[in-house]
Write a protein that binds this ligand. Structure first.
Ligand code: SF4
Length: 301
């Protein structure tokens, strides 16, 4: 299986199964993609075409192009559960305009997961993990810090039950950082909880969509809390979990590379910026028409 793509005008072909990456010219590109030669301006000479086809055949013989799937005969083991995402809070202290979760409530009104439900989820995970040794639990919402006591107790419970079952469980917390105080930070560092921090970049970009229920921007508070967290994280000795800043870009900021740079300027070097998930017709939704500009922005980034 090959994947043809271009980067800054350079044509590249990635062979998925050998993991070889080839830089190719326009003719080889057209041959590999099965395109007609109209885009080349003039049809290639017969010798030139034969030469390209010969090179492709040679790469194929050497296992560097159209390599067979090395896992072709692989039979996967019986399905096992390896990770749970616990929506511990169907509630939120923000009201982001692009929220995919109905302002955190998923259309059902606010609710917090009781501890006994979280414990049953841990038991479900252990009972269905099969031979898997490494398991994961994500705390998600809404805003999981609204149910912080249950998060903490679930970590304690899962660690104990995991050890009894001979499994290692890792934890990840995704938060909007409004309640990310020193107590939460200390707990996450001490217990190796990975933390994903939502921050979209420049103040005007973040505050346009990540608003409090009263309509105020959340940038100042989020940046203050995230910076304090990252300072503590940086100073904390290994072993520790990871963190990264999770930004969302929308139709309003197709120049999202500037948001990335803003996050770097704030002192963060673990950043993931991803496209918004939104229904077509939403003012911030991305459409197919945005693709050329977004592709150019990724190259700029
Ligand atoms: S912080 Fe997350 S759950 Fe809360 S409103 Fe914003 S996007 Fe929705």
């Amino acid at each position: 299986m090959i994947h043809c793509f271009s980067l800054e005008g350079v044509k590249l072909v990635y062979d998925a199964h050998s993991q070889a990456l080839h830089q190719v010219d326009d003719l080889a590109w057209a041959v590999l993609k099965g395109e007609d030669f109209a885009a080349l301006g003039q049809p290639p000479a017969a010798e030139e075409l034969a030469e390209v086809k010969g090179e492709i055949a040679s790469l194929q013989e050497r296992g560097l192009l159209f390599c067979p799937d090395p896992y072709g005969g692989y039979e996967p083991p019986a399905p096992a559960v390896k990770a749970l995402c616990l929506n511990v809070a169907h509630a939120c202290n923000l009201a982001c305009r692009y929220c995919f979760a109905g302002k955190g409530q998923y259309g059902e009104g606010p609710a917090l997961m009781p501890l006994h439900t979280a414990r049953r989820a841990v038991e479900f995970l252990l009972a269905n993990a099969g031979s898997r040794q490494r398991l994961e639990i994500d705390f998600f919402g809404g805003e999981p810090l609204l149910n912080w006591d249950v998060v903490k107790e679930t970590v304690f419970y899962a660690r104990r039950r995991g050890a009894e079952a001979g499994k290692t469980i890792t934890f990840t917390l995704t938060t909007n950082a409004l309640l990310l105080d020193e107590g939460v930070t200390g707990f996450c560092l001490q217990h190796g909880v990975n933390v994903v921090l939502s921050l979209d970049g420049r103040r005007e970009v973040h505050d346009r969509l990540r608003l409090t229920p009263g309509g105020q921007g959340s940038y100042d508070l989020v940046v203050r809390n995230v910076r304090r967290f990252v300072r503590s994280w940086t100073a904390h000795p290994e072993p520790k979990g990871y963190y990264f800043i999770r930004g969302t870009f929308t139709r309003h900021n197709p120049d999202f590379a500037d948001d990335f740079l803003h996050l770097v300027d704030l002192g963060f070097d673990r950043i993931s910026i991803e496209p918004v998930v939104a229904a077509p017709g939403e003012p911030h939704a991305l459409t197919g028409d945005d693709l050329p500009r977004l592709e150019a922005e990724y190259e700029r980034l």
